[in-house]
Design a protein around this ligand. Structure first.
Ligand code: TRP
Length: 362
């Protein structure tokens, strides 16, 4: 690739709270695998963000981080193309969050809709300073690498909006102090969406997938969720997958296999549509849908086919996961090197920030 063409930069990531499931794959992971060829990708493992709801469970983080990296690698995220790193090992991000905390207001953060959702789901009556500041820390993650695009689910859009406001406010307050004469600024990656000269931060954009709805849970609820137990994890073995699928909800109104059934909003068919890859599978799905609508197929036959489709999808993931599981030092190296290179970016950003703010004294 021509070196003068700067690839746009992407940042996204996850909190290490447990295994990733099929819903994560459909909603974000498969998109990341595509994006890593076209963009310079950073994938953050946001362990500090877990403190906002579970500050007392830090002993789980190490294992969760390892499993998250394995989930990433298993779906085909390629450490040669993308930078995978751990948030807490980059102190510059925390420093940036302190600065950014002064560029937004308490009522603004109280209006972020995810705050109420998280408080309800985690049974929190009064938010901590850290929970209220969740979007501020996320803004620090994003702007720390001066990302242009942030692929996230719709639920995160409000956080990216806060990030944009903070970036604009920073540029407005301090941007004029920085220009062509500031050492290093022109070599830095600010991407084409940045405000150009005099702007420290590009204004990042959320990249929200439009075509796909959320994958429902195996119980037909709107979303897969670990706490509900309606998930199929990317790391589940064949037996577990089979058990989950055979217990899945279908059309609740259909009692017998010889009654016409509903294919839309039927989780079994939604999964079949999402995971059938070969032409052969796809035409089989079409046939099953027709027979389902006519009342000439039993649920169990459709489910058995779904087991087959999911196995076909999961088999290569399991293969890659096993390969990496056999080499824990390699997994650690990937994470360590990713974190080192993200930290290099963080240091560059922080020196830009300090120069712009005129807070470099020694
Ligand atoms: N808040 C995100 C989530 O819960 C995780 C996250 C932390 C993130 N920092 C980020 C996502 C920066 C995108 C960009 O899913």
């Amino acid at each position: 690739m021509n070196k003068s063409i700067v690839k746009k930069r992407i940042l996204t990531g996850d909190r290490p709270t447990g295994r990733l499931h099929l819903g994560h794959y459909v909603g974000s992971l498969r998109n990341r695998v595509r994006l890593q060829d076209e963009y310079e990708c950073f994938f953050i493992i946001a362990d500090l963000h877990t403190l906002t709801t579970r500050p007392g469970r830090t002993e789980e983080l190490k294992e969760n981080i390892k499993q998250l990296v394995l989930d990433y690698l298993s779906v085909g995220i390629d450490p040669k193309k993308a930078t995978i790193y751990v948030q807490s090992q980059i102190p510059e991000a925390a420093e940036l969050a302190v600065i950014f905390g002064n560029l937004t207001t308490v009522p603004r953060l109280e209006r972020v809709p995810t705050l109420k959702d998280v408080m309800r789901d985690s049974h929190i009556q009064i938010p901590s300073f850290g929970l209220l500041g969740y979007p501020v820390l996320q803004a620090a993650d994003i702007l720390m690498v001066r990302a242009n695009l942030v692929p996230v689910g719709r639920d995160q859009a409000s956080h990216i909006e806060v990030t944009r406001e903070i970036a604009r406010e920073f540029n407005k307050l301090y941007g004029v102090h920085i220009g062509k004469s500031t050492p290093g600024v022109n070599e830095l990656h600010t991407g084409s969406v940045s405000g150009g000269d005099g702007q420290v931060f590009p204004i990042p954009e959320a990249l929200i997938p439009e075509d796909i709805g959320t994958l429902p849970g195996t119980d037909g609820k709107a979303k897969m969720s670990k706490s509900v137990g309606n998930v199929i994890n990317l790391s589940d073995d064949s037996e577990t997958v089979k058990k989950q699928v055979m217990g899945m909800y279908t059309d609740p109104k259909r009692v017998h296999g010889d009654e016409p059934g509903n294919v839309e909003n039927n989780p079994v068919f939604i999964y079949l549509d999402a995971f059938s890859q070969s032409e052969k599978s796809k035409s089989k799905v079409k046939e099953l849908k027709d027979r389902y609508k006519n009342g000439t197929v039993k649920d169990v036959e459709v489910k058995e086919f779904l087991v087959q489709v999911l196995e076909e999808f999961l088999q290569p993931l399991r293969g890659r996961r096993e390969e990496y599981e056999k080499q824990p030092e390699l997994v650690e190296k990937i994470l360590k090197e990713g974190t080192e290179s993200a930290r290099e970016e963080a240091k560059k950003t922080l020196s830009l920030v300090r120069a712009a703010m005129k807070i470099e004294y020694f």
